[in-house]
Design a protein around this ligand. Structure first.
Ligand code: S3P
Length: 448
């Protein structure tokens, strides 16, 4: 692979300053969830997988490195164009060194599923943020399937040495929280089980793994189950190499979208955004808030519906965001809180418990950022309540806690606040949206 991982030594602070209206068109980078999975399915498939539009962010590249360590040959053919030659699920290699996933929760957890179900042994580790994240939720079902945890850090966290099982037991697993990462780890392990592995989720989480399993030729059935879904996978399919086209990431699109809504006079076109209904909770919420967003040119791209979003500065109003919407906007609460600060009236976001175990404790980090900007807010149990005043004072320095989405959210806030807003470190933005700064600058944003 010829795109290098960033290894920042010193924190890089940045300030965002209120300036002119945002104008122009822009295509966000490839979807992070699908990009991780593209490398993983390429590894598990015998033959050549060609990927277009891959997100070349640090998190995804770490997954690519891990796939190489398990035997894949991976080559970059051009910007976003990659070729993976997989050994196939039956011929995975035991990696020589530790698999270092950096900041990447998704990459590490999905690869635990691969290792846990395929009779190889690997040690998983990452940066200080990843070392704080709970892994028991992934290891518990893998242990039921027969995998063994050889060693682990405090509280079942990374570094974790996992010995996979050659013949995993097919299980029926009910995920304890709505999490596509848990579901995916079980399904990826179940790929190698004789018989049917089933996952039942009380609320539907993003479905990229199920869709890609079907795309690569596995027999997978998804049926409604109450408010949620049941996924049945028949193990030991022969996966067939298929091309993957990665649509633009709605979670990255969220930042220019909210920036255009809150910077007066803005009018931008955000192109090719994935409209998978399990990922569009923020769009629905912004529309409920009165956002002027026109959904144009709906079309299919790589098995997903995409659209161009024309976003114009809007007078937003506060809303209630129900807990049932959380799985479809789980990564978007920090930027929704920024939109809420610029709305008039109260926004209540319900059921945010999972935010406490993301790249940072996002509930605490968002609250601290809102305090720095002088925005009235409260945390009540798992709910965040923001008192929108139609504008924000801004100012202050926001601690990002190695969390890319906290950094981008408060930089966006600074673009529309009376006083500039600074974040303490922008290095982590490279994990999901390496082009964030130049892309926003091309739209007219001012950073220094
Ligand atoms: C992801 C699932 C979500 C999300 C993460 C990506 C995935 O995590 O927050 O950024 O690609 O499966 P959870 O499954 O833990 O909610």
């Amino acid at each position: 692979m010829s795109v290098s991982l960033s290894h920042p030594v010193h924190a890089t602070p940045l300030r965002a300053i209120r300036g002119r209206a945002l104008k122009g068109r822009f295509r966000p980078p490839g979807d992070k969830s699908i990009s991780h999975r593209a490398f993983i399915f390429g590894l598990l498939t015998c033959g050549e997988t060609l990927v277009e539009g891959l997100l070349e962010g640090d998190d995804v590249l770490r997954t690519g490195e891990a796939c190489k360590a398990l035997g894949a040959a991976i080559e970059r053919l051009g910007p976003g164009r990659w070729r993976i030659r997989g050994p196939g699920a039956g011929a995975l290699a035991t990696p020589r060194g530790t698999l270092d996933f950096g900041n990447a929760g998704t990459g590490s957890r999905l690869m635990m599923g691969v290792v846990g179900g395929h009779g190889i042994t690997a040690t998983f580790d990452g940066d200080a943020s990843l070392r704080k994240r709970p892994m028991g939720r992934i290891l518990d079902p893998l242990k039921l399937m027969g995998a063994q945890v050889l060693s682990q850090g405090d509280g079942g966290r990374c570094p974790i040495a996992l010995r996979g099982v050659r013949d995993p037991a097919p299980i029926l697993y009910r995920t304890p929280v709505a999490s596509a990462q848990i579901k995916s780890a079980v399904l990826l392990a179940g790929l190698n089980a004789r018989g049917m592995t089933s996952v039942v989720e009380a609320e539907a989480s993003r479905d990229h793994t199920e869709k890609m399993l079907a795309h690569f030729g596995a027999e997978v059935k998804v049926t409604p189950d109450g408010e949620g879904r049941r996924i049945d996978l028949i193990g030991r399919p022969e996966l067939k190499a298929r091309p993957v086209v990665v649509p633009a990431d709605p979670s990255s699109a969220a930042f220019p979208i909210v920036a255009a809504l809150i910077v007066p006079g803005s009018d931008i076109l955000v192109e090719g955004v994935m409209m998978n209904p399990l990922r569009t909770g923020l769009l629905s919420t912004l529309l409920d808030m009165g956002a002027d967003i026109a959904v144009l040119g709906r079309r299919m791209e790589g098995g997903e519906e995409v659209a161009d979003l024309r976003v114009r500065a809007s007078a937003l109003r506060g809303v209630d965001a129900p807990a049932s919407r959380a799985p479809s906007m789980i990564d978007e609460y920090p930027i929704l809180a920024v939109a809420a600060a610029f709305a008039s009236g109260t926004t209540r976001m319900h059921g945010l418990h999972e935010l406490r175990v993301k790249e940072s404790d996002r509930l605490a980090a968002v609250a601290a950022g809102l305090s720095a900007a002088g925005v009235a807010h409260a945390i009540e149990g798992d709910d965040l309540i923001v008192e929108g005043a139609g504008s924000s004072r801004g100012g202050g320095l926001v601690a990002t806690h190695m969390d890319h989405r906290i950094a981008m959210s408060f930089l966006v806030m600074g673009l529309a606040s009376r006083e500039p807003m600074a974040v303490d470190d922008v290095a982590m933005i490279a994990t999901s949206f390496p082009e964030f700064r130049p892309a926003m600058e091309r739209l007219g944003a001012t950073f220094e």
